[in-house]
Design a protein around this ligand. Sequence first.
Ligand code: ATP
Ligand code: MG
Length: 443
Amino acid sequence: MAKTETPRRIRGTQDIFGDEQRRFAHVLSTFERVRALYCFQRVDIPVFESTAVFARSLGETTDVVSKEMYTFEDRGGDSLTLRPEFTAGIARAYLTEGWQQFAPMKLTTSGPVFRYERPQKGRFRQFHQIDAEVIGAAEPAADVELLVLADQLLRELGISEGVTLQLNTLGDAATRDAWREALVAHFEAHRGELSEDSLTRLEKNPMRILDSKDPRDRPIADSAPDIDAYLTDEARAFFEAVTAGLDAAGVAWERNARLVRGLDYYRHTAFEFVTDRLGSQGTVLAGGRYDGLIGSLGGPETAGVGWAAGVERLAMLLEEPAAPEIEIVVVPADPTAWDVANALVAGFRRAGIVTDMAYKGNLKRRLSKADAQNAYMAIIVGEKEIEKQAYTLKLLRTGGQLAIPVGRFAAVQGLVRETAWRRDKGASVRTILTEAFGIGVDE
Ligand code: ATP
Ligand code: MG
């Protein structure tokens, strides 16, 4: 009989567990906390949309649309695409839900996104993004707020060291047209030296030559004219307002005149937070202003600015996160103690104490499980303890052991429950427990 093969994980996807999961969750909870400080609201949108939502808003010539989308026909014959990013779906929601009435909207979201790419370190086919957008605000204050938010997030994650904010302006439509013309003239003059990819870009998307990674293109890209000479007064004033806002908020930035976005609806601010700690996957967070996007989706002209960051890339930069702390492990020593143990565990958990129960194997194995979990104390209940009406409390750090009368446990649980406010103020549950049990200081 043929043996059934165990199923495989799909290339470029991840099963996130253990240490990796702790890093991942830490990025998301920090983002959740910081976005609330900036009064951004959380939104959740579908994982798939009509293909047109992404094709129209990202543009047919981008890498994402031309080669990376997971597009399929559903059973009803509609062409759907798994979201490769969030902005297009949020813009679509803004229009279909009539959210114009709430403008300006400060929104965040997070979750899986999908791109058919060559998997490598820091590059997956299903990865996760956190995303922040301000829709309906044409003021440079929105750009500043988003950048200061990103900066605070990186600081609170403890990874701002070695991460640089690179900033550029793409000007307004008039600026962009004039600059594009100058760029095309420059690249035409060096046609013979450009890579094949850049020759195609010259036809479809000449600005993208500026951020080409091909060594043949670099000298030509580096000697291309900067946007500065083409900025209109308005565009210059906008950029100055953004940089002044960043300076005032104490956010360090660097000008990168080669940072561009290929699509016409990108205006003014473009930015990336980059690091050299992740090899060639060095962009951790990227974004910019996209004032023309909602118009290109068929909606009224609406300003917008936003950014997205890869959760995996942020997680890779984090310090080793601490293993979760367990306060109490209850160990039923024999089957007669089962109900008592269950009642104890439920009581501790309801009091807000991190509690586990060791119920597999013999007593020795149960105790060593409690040890391995790095628990603070074990409470052992068996026939003998029930008979004596006192359970054994074992301090796993010091090995100290004492008998606690059963009546004491409900009192301790009540006391700990009432000190929730002390825990909010940062007092350790271990200290509170030590006091409540009256077992002297053991930290
Ligand atoms: P890259 O140049 O690395 O391909 P990108 O320009 O395609 O990035 P964006 O579309 O701006 O990236 O997405 C925002 C962020 O999402 C990136 O800065 C990065 O942190 C993350 N990211 C993008 N693609 C992947 C991927 N395939 N796997 C993991 N993270 C990714
Ligand atoms: Mg990419």
